[in-house]
Design a protein around this ligand. Structure first.
Ligand SMILES: Cc1cc2nc3c(=O)[nH]c(=O)nc-3n(C[C@H](O)[C@H](O)[C@H](O)COP(=O)(O)OP(=O)(O)OC[C@H]3O[C@@H](n4cnc5c(N)ncnc54)[C@H](O)[C@@H]3O)c2cc1C
Length: 683
């Protein structure tokens, strides 16, 4: 066995979407970091849909970018089509989605990792975690899993960052398949869909990770030995077709947007305007559904061979045909896997039916009559955790220094994974620096909603983000992610001084322009009345501010330019201000669309935004009410049995978190509140 023994700060297990963000965060904060993967050729692999973003997922990517993550920049470099979704609806659900050139996406992320100081990439399977015990009674002395002796103190206070440090163990390193030992101060587990993975295509079962890559078959036992509970989840992917065998004349072409909006706030919009690839829309039909129904007995899902639980919101075509039997057809999107391949992804038809059934079913779809399958559809099962074992910091409640992110936490999706990876990486670094953890609540970000749902709710299937999950979604728009989170990224140290100054300039320009529009009044003169009549807008009885006019549904910031005589002058004044950033002005001296969008949304939705901000104040009251770390729920009088059980199981950090645990009623929360207050006053 290898005798290599290395000392580093952080080990990140996994170079998928979560692992890449975690490792980059740690290395960029100056920590010696090693990122492990079973294959360096699969860094940031997209084993499923060839796109980043989409409804609510676009929000996650923008938030990640605002905090200093990489995914947004990486997709801006490698997209082949871009579209802003839901533009016919309100700004809260506008969401960017970009088709990626998968191979380029992986190559570009690998280049970033290889160019990162303090970061080492290692192709090796991590088989074991090293740890030391830290039981409360042993003050000072602890025996490690590898026999090393260490000194430990028990921490039993509730920290404001949501960790309640009654740890049983502390992680000290990892061991690879060859026996190499990497001692470290923190480990971030981002193993995705690889742990004890098995792939199912009808009766054919292979014990591999996605795309035939090696599965990671050893770490599960080590985690179980540490007392970590694991469970089986599954997900599935459709076949990939040879594009030369598809008849696109039978499909509807889907185009990207004319004006491309970048994911990253650091990307110059002008630099990414380019020709785009198309996607294609077709539909299943009765013939497709009949073939599926006739072969359900050969489906590993319906034959009960698959043990893992699959994502309700990414159903296989078998599930769709069975669960929505009344539907005559289901949408099928043909999406290019990249510019340098003929492979086409068949979105909407993931399956684990046998190969022959797959070919028959796909060939019933208009345009696919003569298709050739390059890669079969398949389902994959893998080990992951129930994230209720984690604090909102994504640190394990039982193991100090052990963090987790991505699909391993029971989520599904590249974006969900990357967002968690970034937070887990940042907090591993904060742990080492002894700094406050990054914990965002539900009113601050979709990432806050994602992590709170994962660690507070008993998710029994892979968790996928949706806008409906975010109760304060009007505040958590994708367009203002930088205004909500960039300061946090700057304080953590992942956002540069220059990027932060950009934000300050942007904020100042938005505030000044809103103020000007609120203070600039127009009278009910003939010219204004004529303008309003032309735009079928009610005549003015008395003077009104330009902001009041913008609030009218039939009017907009762009439309009122005609009567906003002071606009150019205002722009010149803004542009001559000290420290102004030229990026927020167009080549002809106007405010950029990015600024105008913020101004218009803030004015048009002011009432709704204010109301939601009041709701957030209410919400924050309970969030701020921390629960003492060493609370004994058996001591709390008149708590209902179910609530007592759930509170003991989850050990929530605040009354707010307690109120979201299913089985804990508002009455239980008040009982708890009174008990904590009383205890506080007795101290
Ligand atoms: C077949 C399939 C279908 C999918 N379908 C969907 C879908 O329909 N919708 C959706 O939203 N998402 C889907 N996904 C999920 C999506 O791919 C993941 O959400 C995303 O890739 C998760 O990112 P991650 O970083 O958590 O893990 P992954 O991208 O899986 O990366 C895990 C990394 O960990 C490494 N690794 C694991 N164990 C070890 C170890 N012990 N030692 C060293 N390295 C290790 C691997 O090499 C890899 O680099 C699907 C995934 C697959 C495989």
């Amino acid at each position: 066995m290898s005798t290599i023994r290395e000392k580093v700060d952080v080990c990140v297990v996994g170079a998928g979407h979560a692992g890449c963000e975690a490792a980059l965060a740690c290395a960029r904060l100056g920590l010696e970091t090693v990122i492990f993967t079973v294959s360096v050729d699969s860094i940031a692999l997209m084993p499923c849909n060839p796109n980043v973003g989409g409804s609510s997922k676009g929000h996650l990517v923008r938030e990640l970018d605002a905090l200093g993550g990489e995914m947004g920049k990486n997709i801006d470099k490698t997209f082949i089509q871009s579209k802003m979704l839901n533009v016919s609806k309100g700004p809260a659900v506008h969401s960017l989605r970009a088709q990626a050139d998968k191979a380029e996406y992986s190559r570009a992320m690998r280049k970033v990792l290889e160019g990162q100081e303090h970061l080492t990439i290692k192709q090796a399977e991590v088989c074991e975690l090293l740890w030391e015990d830290c039981s409360p009674s042993e003050d000072g002395a602890a025996a490690g899993s590898d026999g090393s002796q260490g000194v430990f103190e028990k921490r039993a206070v509730a920290a404001s960052d949501g960790s309640q440090g009654v740890f049983e163990k502390r992680v000290t390193g990892v061991v690879t398949f060859t026996g190499a030992v990497y001692e470290c101060k923190a480990v971030v587990l981002c193993t995705g869909t690889y742990l004890c993975a098995r792939c199912l295509c009808g009766e054919a079962i292979t014990y591999t990770g996605p795309n035939g890559l090696q599965a990671a078959t050893h770490l599960t036992d080590s985690l179980k030995e540490m007392g970590i509970e694991l469970r089986r989840f599954k997900t599935g992917t459709p076949a990939r077709m040879d594009g030369r065998t598809i008849d696109y004349s039978k499909m509807e072409e889907q185009f990207g947007d004319e004006r491309i909006v970048p994911f990253s706030f650091s990307t110059d919009p002008e630099s990414i305007q380019k020709e785009q690839a198309s996607c294609w829309l077709t539909y299943t039909n009765k013939a497709t559904h009949d073939i599926i129904r006739a072969n359900l007995d050969r489906s590993p899902i319906y034959a009960g061979i698959i043990e893992g639980t699959g994502p309700r919101y990414c159903p296989s075509i078998e599930d769709k045909v069975v669960k929505f039997a009344e539907k005559e057809r289901h949408q099928v999107f043909l999406e290019p896997e990249g510019l340098h391949t003929h492979e086409m992804y068949v979105g909407g038809m993931s399956s684990s039916l046998p190969e022959d059934v797959q070919l028959a079913m796909y060939r019933t779809v208009p345009g696919l009559e003569h298709c050739k399958i390059v890669r079969n559809a398949y389902a994959i099962e893998y080990d992951c955790i129930n994230a209720k074992q984690l604090y909102p910091s994504l640190e394990f409640k039982k193991v100090k220094g052990l963090f987790a992110g991505g699909q391993f936490n029971g989520s599904s999706g590249y974006e969900e994974a990357a967002a968690q990876g970034l937070v887990a990486g940042i907090n591993a670094a904060m742990e080492i620096f002894g700094r406050e953890f990054l914990v965002m609540d539900r009113s601050e970000s979709y990432i806050g909603v994602l992590i709170d749902d994962l660690v507070t709710k008993d998710n029994r299937e892979p968790y996928r983000m949706m806008t409906s999950r975010a109760e304060y979604r009007l505040l958590l728009r994708q367009d203002n992610a930088d205004r909500r989170l960039r300061k946090k990224g700057y304080e953590i140290g992942l956002i540069s001084e220059d990027e932060y100054q950009d934000l300050l300039c942007k904020e100042a320009l938005i505030d000044r322009e809103i103020e000007r529009l609120k203070e600039t009044k127009v009278g009910a003169g003939a010219e204004i009345q004529a303008f309003l009549e032309r735009h079928e807008s009610a005549a003015l009885k008395t003077a009104a501010s330009l902001a009041e006019l913008i609030c009218r549904p039939e009017l907009s910031y762009a439309l009122i330019e005609e009567i906003d005589t002071g606009r150019q002058e205002a722009y010149q004044e803004y542009a001559s201000a000290e420290h102004v950033r030229p990026k927020y002005f167009t080549s002809d001296g106007k405010l950029s669309q990015e600024i105008i969008d913020q101004v218009e949304i803030e004015i048009k939705y002011e009432g709704y935004i204010t109301r939601q901000q009041r709701q957030v104040e209410q919400y924050k009251k309970l969030e701020k009410k921390l629960i003492p770390a060493d609370i004994d729920y058996d001591d709390v009088p008149s708590l209902r049995i179910e609530a007592r059980q759930k509170l003991k199981e989850f050990r929530p950090v605040s009354l707010g978190q307690a109120s979201r645990i299913s089985g804990v009623s508002p009455a239980d929360v008040s009982v708890l509140h009174i008990y904590i207050e009383k205890r506080g006053s007795m101290k």
